[in-house]
Design a protein around this ligand. Structure first.
Ligand code: UDP
Ligand code: MG
Length: 321
């Protein structure tokens, strides 16, 4: 059974992190809708806006909102560092007992936040938004997203929920754990899954972008997919070993067959030519296996270099601290 969470009503209960990259067309509306939802909750909250090097009027508009509403905080990046880094900076600065990360374009409806808070109050540490439908997105985007989430799931050992973006609520202890993981080329939702803790979904319908266009062109999408794969799977490194073993086996089998045929005197000129090819492939296979062994060491070095914490503790009982 989940235990009811103990919440301190006198300090910030919830921080809402909003990454912004050239979002002048949506920032006003997003602030309005977020504020309406959060005020309805009657808890101390803050909105942490992270301006990820916007080159439009996002910064001026965000400053104006901060001047009028002290519950809104703003972090301005020196340049565009990317969405995943922006949400990390927002979490670094968040002071709440829980943190919600939400896109600025209202594709993640703020009206889902109360349901997330409800689950958090009942003891869940990670409440992630699961998209049951996606509105107003191109067939290409939906198709690639679907393929991506499923391929990623097959390639990795970590159970990363499918059809889930960064729209989620995490408890402070999950945030603290997440911030111990300082690896670059971050795939935040993957890291959150890797952390563990008590997790539950809330389902929502992904909305149409309120205004403006996507800030994730194909290039950034591919970069995110690459980061996800390379941060959570060593399978690409193991490709060399598999191919090498296959080549060695196939060429040895052929050489044995050719030897028998040769002894029986029925190995023709073509057969002889393939012997030369088989020998070449045998050595190629041996080279690939050697590269594969190097890759095994590289995988371990990469694992150490990322310096992820060895383990994370959800809670401790009967310790006097
Ligand atoms: N974003 C960001 N930095 C970037 C790209 C995007 O902070 O380099 C923000 C963007 O302002 C939005 C969120 O990340 O709040 C998601 O981006 P977008 O809605 O454009 O992506 P899509 O929903 O099309 O995948
Ligand atoms: Mg969007």
């Amino acid at each position: 059974m989940d235990e009811e969470r103990i919440i301190d009503p006198d300090t910030t209960v919830c921080s809402v992190v909003v990454p912004l990259y050239n979002e002048e067309e949506v920032i006003g509306e997003t602030y309005k809708r977020l504020t309406a939802v959060m005020e309805g909750e009657n808890i101390p909250y803050e909105i942490v806006m992270v301006n990820d090097g916007s080159r439009d009027a996002t910064e001026e508009l965000a400053r104006a909102i901060c001047a009028a509403d002290k519950r809104v905080k703003l972090i301005n990046f020196s340049r565009n560092f990317g969405h995943q880094t922006a949400i990390t900076a927002g979490m670094d600065a968040a002071g709440g007992q829980c943190v919600v990360v939400i896109d600025a374009d209202l594709q993640d409806p703020p009206e889902v936040i109360p349901e997330m808070l409800e689950k958090w109050r009942s003891g869940i540490d990670v409440v992630y938004g699961k998209r049951i439908s996606r509105e107003g997105e191109t067939f290409f985007k939906k198709f690639t997203a679907k393929m991506f989430y499923r391929t990623l799931n097959k390639m990795t050992d970590v159970d990363i929920p499918v059809d889930t973006g960064d729209f989620r609520l995490i408890d402070r202890k999950v945030k603290d754990a997440l911030l111990q993981v300082r690896e670059h080329n971050r795939y935040v939702r993957g890291i959150v899954s890797w952390l563990g803790f008590k997790t539950a979904p809330v389902e929502f319908e992904r909305q149409k972008r309120f205004a403006g266009t996507t800030k994730y062109p194909l290039k950034k999408m591919l970069k995110l997919a690459k980061d996800a794969l390379l941060s959570f799977s060593f399978k690409p490194l193991k490709l060399a070993t598999g191919t090498g073993i296959f080549l060695v086996c196939a060429s040895i089998i052929y050489l044995i067959v050719a030897l028998i045929l040769g002894i029986c005197g029925v190995l023709g000129t073509v057969g002889l030519m393939f012997v030369v090819l088989a020998v070449a492939l045998l050595f190629q296979g041996i080279t690939l296996i050697t590269i594969g062994i190097q890759n095994e060491y590289m995988a371990r070095m990469y694992d150490e270099a990322r310096a992820r914490p060895l383990y994370l503790i959800r809670d401790r009982v009967n310790f006097s601290d």
